[in-house]
Structure formats: structure tokens, C-alpha cells
Design a binder for this molecule. Structure first.
Ligand SMILES: [Zn+2]
Length: 147
């Protein structure tokens, strides 16, 4: 028992770390972590949906309320994942200020936040290469099945 509560709790925790910051640009690695968390949350919920559907079909229990709840949660998580993916795409189009950490438009010479000269960190650029996007979507989760 308690499995539905546990899952919903986890989802809330993940959404809480990302959801409130949807408007601001956060660290790319944090975004990726959040997206991975959201994906695993979604995968977990699909699994539970399958399990309770099986129990419904083979037993006499009615899980329709739980199912509706989980489906709503999946929708919510998908919306979050979409937002996070948008933020990842946005972060990739920007350069990070070495002094204050603010993101600036690619090609900016001075930071719009602190006014310092933008120093291009080659290591950071490497991390933020377009390959990142591909790596990210080709992880262990089958995106096509989830989205
Ligand atoms: Zn700055």
C-alpha cells in the first residue's frame, strides 16, 4: 500500500524544483537532471497504469479513480518536461557570464547583468554543443513512447 501516494509525492518534488523557475534561465546541467527525473517519473507512472489495469482486468477492484489521478499527473509531468526542454534549448542559445553566471545572447561582448566582458569558455562551449541535445534525447528512455 501507499504506492500511489509515494508516486504522487515524488512527482510533486520533481515539479517543485523546476516548475517555479520556469521563467528564469537555470543551469543547463540542472535542467538536464530535471528533465531526466521527469522522464523517469513519467515512465514510472505508465508502469503503474499498466499494473493497475492488469489488476482491474484480473480482479474485482476498481482503480478508475487512481487511473484518472495518474493520467492527470502524467499530463502535468509532460507539460513540465516540455517546458524544461524549451529551457534547455534556450540555454544552449546563450553564453554564460564568467563573472556573475547570467546568460547572455550568443555574440554578446559585455554581460547585460554585471557589465563585465564576456569571456568565451571553450570547455563550456563544448558542453553546450548541439550534440548535447542528441545525447540527451537518446538516453535510456524511449521518448517516442512517452511523448
Ligand atoms: Zn555578468
Amino acid at each position: 500500500m501507499g504506492i500511489f501516494e509515494d508516486v504522487l509525492q515524488n512527482a510533486k518534488a520533481v515539479v517543485g524544483t523546476v516548475g517555479k523557475k520556469a521563467g528564469e534561465v537555470v543551469d543547463l546541467s540542472k535542467l538536464k537532471l530535471a528533465a531526466a527525473d521527469l522522464k523517469s517519473e513519467i515512465a514510472q507512472k505508465y508502469q503503474i497504469l499498466g499494473r493497475i489495469t492488469f489488476e482491474e482486468m484480473t480482479g474485482s477492484k476498481d482503480y478508475s479513480k487512481n487511473k484518472a489521478e495518474i493520467i492527470e499527473k502524467i499530463k502535468e509531468l509532460k507539460t513540465q518536461l516540455e517546458a524544461v526542454n524549451d529551457m534547455i534549448a534556450g540555454a544552449k542559445q546563450k553564453v554564460k557570464c564568467q563573472f556573475c553566471g547570467a546568460y547572455n545572447a550568443k555574440g554578446a561582448v559585455f554581460c547585460s547583468s554585471c557589465g563585465e566582458k564576456i569571456v568565451i569558455d571553450t570547455e563550456a562551449c563544448e558542453h553546450m554543443s548541439p550534440d548535447d541535445v542528441i545525447d540527451f534525447t537518446e538516453d535510456n528512455f524511449a521518448d517516442e513512447d512517452l511523448l
